[in-house]
Design a binder for this molecule. Structure first.
Ligand SMILES: NC(=O)c1ccc[n+]([C@@H]2O[C@H](COP(=O)([O-])OP(=O)(O)OC[C@H]3O[C@@H](n4cnc5c(N)ncnc54)[C@H](O)[C@@H]3O)[C@@H](O)[C@H]2O)c1
Length: 241
C-alpha cells in the first residue's frame, strides 16, 4: 500500500498562498487530495487553487484570516458543502514581526500570537468537531524548535509562539486520539520562502526548500504515519541534531 494516496480525501491548508503552505497544498493535490487553499491574500490563495486545477486536481480558494473564527467556520462549512468531508488540516499561516525587541509594539506581539497560535487553536478546534463527527482525520501544525540558532532581531516573539504551538500540538494529539484524530507538528529549519528572504544571507545556516517540508507533511497526513501521533518532527537538514 502506498502512503501518499489521498484520493477521495479533502484537505484544508491555511497560509497556502505561498511558501511552505503552497508547497504542501500542491503536494497533497498531486497525490489526489481535493484542496481548499486558504490565505489572507486572496490573489495568492486563488493562484494556488488555479495551479492545482490546471494540473488536473480539485481545488478551491478561501480568502480569510486564519485567526478569524467566523471566517474559518465559514471555510469549513463551504468545504463540507462542496466535498462532504474534511480529512486533513494543515495550519501554515504564520508571521514574523519586523521590528527588533526593544522597538516591538505590544500589538506586534499580540498579532504574532493571534496568527501563529490562536489561528492554530481555532482551526484545530473546528476541524476536531468536524472530524469527530466523521470518525477521524489528520492534522499537521507548523511549530519550531528552541534548538535553532536565533534568526533575527525581534524573533523572540515568534520563538515563544512556536513553542506554544508545539505544546498545543502534543496535548491536542492526546485529547483527540480517542476520536481517531492524529495531530503532529513540523518544526521547519531554515526554508527558502518569501518570509525568510530578508535574512537569506544568514551565516552558519542550512537552507531547505518548501518541498522538503511538504514531503514530510504529506507523509504525516498519510496512512504510513498512522502510528505517529503527538510528535514534533524537525525538518532542518540536521541543524538541531
Ligand atoms: N520558512 C521558514 O524558514 C520557517 C521556519 C519555521 C517555521 N516556519 C513556519 O511555516 C509557516 C509558513 O512559513 P513560510 O516561510 O512559508 O511563510 P510565508 O510568509 O512565505 O507564507 C505564509 C503565508 O501565510 C499567509 N498568511 C499570513 N497571515 C495569515 C492569516 N492571518 N491568515 C491566513 N493566511 C495568512 C501569508 O499571506 C503567506 O501566503 C509559518 O507558520 C512559519 O512560521 C517557517
Amino acid at each position: 500500500m502506498t502512503n501518499l494516496q489521498f484520493t477521495e480525501k479533502t484537505a484544508i491548508v491555511t497560509g497556502a498562498g505561498r511558501g511552505i503552505g503552497r508547497a504542501i497544498a500542491l503536494m497533497l493535490a498531486a497525490h489526489g487530495a481535493r484542496v481548499c487553499a486558504n490565505d489572507i491574500n486572496p490573489a495568492s490563495a486563488q493562484k494556488t487553487a488555479d495551479a492545482i486545477i490546471e494540473a488536473g486536481g480539485a481545488a478551491m480558494a478561501f480568502h480569510g484570516s486564519a485567526d478569524n473564527k467566523m471566517a474559518m467556520q465559514t471555510m469549513f462549512q463551504e468545504v463540507i458543502e462542496r466535498w462532504d468531508t474534511v480529512d486533513i488540516l494543515v495550519t501554515c499561516a504564520g508571521i514574523e514581526p519586523e521590528s527588533s525587541l526593544p522597538e516591538q509594539g505590544e500589538w506586534e506581539w499580540a498579532r504574532t500570537f493571534d496568527v501563529n497560535v490562536k489561528a492554530t487553536f481555532l482551526c484545530v478546534q473546528i476541524a476536531a468537531r468536524v472530524m469527530r463527527e466523521l470518525g477521524g482525520g489528520v492534522m499537521v501544525t507548523m511549530s519550531g524548535s528552541p534548538l535553532y540558532p536565533p534568526r533575527k532581531d525581534g524573533y523572540a516573539a515568534v520563538a515563544a509562539s512556536k513553542a506554544a504551538v508545539a505544546q498545543f500540538t502534543r496535548d491536542a494529539a492526546r485529547e483527540l486520539s480517542p476520536f481517531g484524530i492524529r495531530v503532529n507538528g513540523i518544526a521547519p529549519g531554515y526554508i527558502k520562502t518569501p518570509l525568510t528572504e530578508p535574512y537569506r544571507d544568514a551565516t552558519g545556516v542550512r537552507w531547505g526548500e518548501p518541498d522538503d517540508v511538504a514531503r514530510v507533511a504529506a507523509f504525516l497526513c498519510g496512512d504510513a504515519a498512522r502510528f505517529v501521533n503527538g510528535q514534533i518532527i524537525a525538518v532542518d537538514g540536521g541543524q538541531t541534531r
